[in-house]
Write a protein that binds this ligand. Structure first.
Ligand SMILES: [Zn+2]
Ligand SMILES: [Zn+2]
Length: 216
């Protein structure tokens, strides 16, 4: 999940019915067909089980709708207008409470991806390999953009890209294979090979590794 506007995480909403602090939750998915979004990325919900709205809601729903459920008080970011959400169980929304710290981290990652993506078209001219590496090493980045970054890698002809890639754990095996192939190509262009014992680069013609003295 990504929040455009991080300042909502700093908002404090207090339930007017029970005075407890409302929890910041992800908005539930919109039901197919009704076409209405929430117009917000998170909502603040009173998850206090002793809240009168929630405690009294079970009976109201039973009487009015004939099924099991209750209400939780809700406010949208930037608003003190009180709404109610119908909930089928006590645990609805407890699984979607937003943790501000992890949200900030995800946002930082997303922002880095976005910046690197924007820099991708011009980075070769600027001889700046960093956006390419950022994207290749970001498992959460968009696969299309990562693939574009990999296509640029060889053009930089920069052997320093090998170590970070070797040290990275790819979740996407297709990308891992592609990077392995790119490294092989890069080594070939530069007449180098990786020592199978210490992983340092040595000349392609070398018979002994200059780093670990092993026969290569
Ligand atoms: Zn409440
Ligand atoms: Zn070696």
């Amino acid at each position: 999940m990504y929040i455009q506007n991080l300042s909502v995480l700093e908002e404090v909403h207090v339930c007017p019915d029970c005075d407890s602090q409302m929890s910041c939750c992800e908005v539930p998915p919109v039901h197919v067909g009704d076409g209405l979004g929430w117009g917000a990325e998170v909502m603040f919900i009173c998850l206090n089980d002793e809240c009168p709205t929630f405690k009294g809601g079970w009976q109201k729903i039973e009487v009015n709708y004939g099924h099991k459920g209750s209400f939780r008080n809700m406010q949208l970011p930037g608003s003190k207008e009180l709404n109610v959400m119908m909930v089928a169980s006590k645990d609805a929304f407890t699984g979607s409470i937003v943790d501000p710290d992890s949200m900030r981290k995800q946002n930082a990652r997303y922002r880095k991806e976005k910046e690197a993506t924007e820099a991708l078209d011009s980075c070769l001219d600027k001889n700046d390999i960093s956006p390419v590496m950022t994207l290749i090493l970001d498992e959460s980045a968009s696969p299309d953009v990562r693939s574009r970054a990999m296509d640029l890698l060889i053009k930089f002809n920069d052997l320093s890209c090998i170590d970070p890639i070797r040290n990275h754990t790819f979740r996407n095996t297709e990308f891992e294979q592609k990077c392995n192939m790119l490294i092989v190509e890069l080594l070939k262009i530069n007449h180098q090979k990786e020592c199978p014992f210490c992983a340092e680069l040595v000349k392609a013609q070398a018979k002994k590794c200059m780093h670990c003295q092993a026969d290569v």
